[in-house]
Design a binder for this molecule. Structure first.
Ligand code: GDP
Length: 194
């Protein structure tokens, strides 16, 4: 499978240190939405994305190699309440510059907690990134915390809200229950194949 070859590649703190070649798909989302868990789950349980809960330590960008010059990129989470303004500003700049200017980037996986989807910062991200013309795939994580009925309802609601943007898709995902992995792999695989 696409992710079975996933290996840690490098950690980057400055934009000029980004790898020179290859294609990449980036993962981004509010802190605590389940991004690290999702990457680890897709990588088949290998503990790749370190679950660091120290805000000051999460300003870096982690690269994971899929082979054949393809990368997954773990971007800093946004929306930490307790982060000092200077660090927040640094993140925003790093993230913003990366997302707007990175030619290697072919698509964005946006992580949202399925119990709290489409928070203002998520909507900002969509508004801001989709004009690049690159696709966004939303993972509604921790779906195991919802009943079947709530899952169906949430998926329909978010899908409806996303209709205003072309190039945008959504699915349910659970790292705990391993729900949705194949669908995510198919979407990302198609991006790389184009
Ligand atoms: P990140 O900050 O976005 O990287 O979030 P983490 O992956 O570190 O997850 C944040 C918290 O949510 C942790 O306590 C995880 O154990 C929990 N979590 C993540 N994914 C799931 C999931 O699919 N189901 C459940 N029930 N909890 C999850």
């Amino acid at each position: 499978s696409l992710f079975s070859q996933l290996r840690f590649h490098t950690t980057v703190n400055e934009l000029h240190m980004l790898p020179q070649h290859g294609l990449e798909v980036a993962f981004v989302g509010r802190s605590n939405a389940g991004k690290s868990s999702a990457i680890n789950t897709l990588a088949n349980h290998v503990r790749l994305a370190f679950v660091s809960k120290t805000p000051g330590r999460t300003q870096h960008i982690n690269y994971f190699n899929l082979g054949d010059d393809r990368f997954l990129v773990d971007l800093p989470g946004y929306g930490y309440a307790q982060v000092p303004e200077a660090i927040r500003a640094h993140w925003q700049q790093l993230l913003g510059n990366y997302l707007a200017t990175r030619p290697n980037l072919i698509g964005l996986v946006l992580i949202m907690d399925s119990r709290h989807p489409l928070k203002p910062l998520d909507v900002n991200m969509l508004d801001w990134f989709l004009p690049t013309g690159k696709p966004v795939h939303v993972l509604l994580t921790k779906s195991d915390k919802l009943t079947r009925q709530e899952q169906t309802k949430t998926l329909a609601q978010v899908r409806g809200a996303l209709e205003q943007w072309p190039n945008c898709s959504v699915q349910l995902f659970s790292s705990l229950k391993k729900q949705g992995m194949e669908e995510t792999e198919t979407v990302i695989g198609n991006w790389f194949a184009q």
